[in-house]
Design a protein around this ligand. Sequence first.
Ligand code: 28F
Length: 414
Amino acid sequence: MNNTAVEHEYGADQIQILEGLEAVRKRPGMYIGSTSSRGLHHLVYEIVDNAVDEALAGFCDTIDVTINEDNSITVIDNGRGIPVDINEQVGRPAVEVVFTTLHAGGKFGDGNYKISGGLHGVGSSVVNALSLWLEVNVKRDGKIYNQRYEQGKVCYDLKEVGKCRKNDTGTKVSFFPDAEIFEKIYFKADAIKSRLHETAYLNPNLTIIFINKRVGEEEEVTFHEENGIKAFISDMNKEKEKVTDIIYFKKEQDGIEVEIAFQYINDFTENISGFCNNIYTQEGGTHITGFKSILTSTINQYARELGILKEKDNNFTGADVRNGLVAVVAVKHPDPRFEGQTKTKLDNPDAEKVTKSIAGEQLTLFFDKNLETLKNVISCAEKSAKIRKAEERTKTNLLSKSKFSIDSNGKLSN
Ligand code: 28F
């Protein structure tokens, strides 16, 4: 068996494949955002997300993530194992196609992987292209298969390296990032742990084991969060003075699932974290907009019904209503679109519509039955409105007392 990429002979299909991965190495930023430490860690999350997809499909419940002593990464899942049969189109084993073809892996449109993330929609082949070496082991049908790649190139054909019990299945991927590509190749244990913990909150059925084998940093941590995003909120607010209990609901409509947990705390802050298909949407998007707008209108409506807002009063602003709010909004969408600077802003209009519809219904159901909680939420908004109005008055006073004013362009002038 030849063990070097150089000696491998390529057919026309393989050459096309290589050109695909070569494109990834030429412009890595297009596929993983950047070649900074952030992009480096993206490699780990890309592989973990594939394992999470297998869990979402219902075939895997445990994922191991190891930083090895040499700073390589190993991710293991106990799913079905990536198929090893020959792909008819390419004439190569499916697993090889997954690692050597850009966009292979059936992330979209094959029914199986309906709710996978696909932030950059790239997956295993991109990690392979950007790794000095990558090895995959598949346990399937009582056999253990192995293949190795270097800088994306096949080192040897997929080979059987052992036997296992027929019901023992899964995928193991190890890789070492390519220092030619990345500014730094040192993995930060804390960053990985925190992302894995987040993944555990979002997938309550999953157990994720983090192992660090680097000398002097040895540790093993298990993440399993049976209470899902409720536990996420509860942990975030651990040290805070709570104004309400945690309010939680999860519902599906038009093929879109909306899961929301929130709690008010006695703080002049707002903290809303959005996720789509397990991906943190740093720049927000339609799911967040939908939740914010329905929360604002719902609270204003109640405040009027209760006579807390009088006819002459203005509505609470969105910021008033979110004063003290800590929330997680997690949606599952069959075909997510991301936009924005870092492609972390959900763009699907139907996500806004469905979030509004579900949250509107569930908020009303909840507040109708929990008047005390409602009153506490409204008093958070009142506090914010009071401060806001005082600030507005101060501003007006300053302006009228001085010879300055705001001109039609919104600029301070005299
Ligand atoms: C450590 C990282 O990547 N796990 C994965 C699977 C399982 C299947 C799959 C993956 C089928 C043909 C594309 C198995 N059996 N962990 C992982 N587990 N991919 S990735 O299928 C990929 C498609 O080519 C799988 C039946 N269907 C799917």
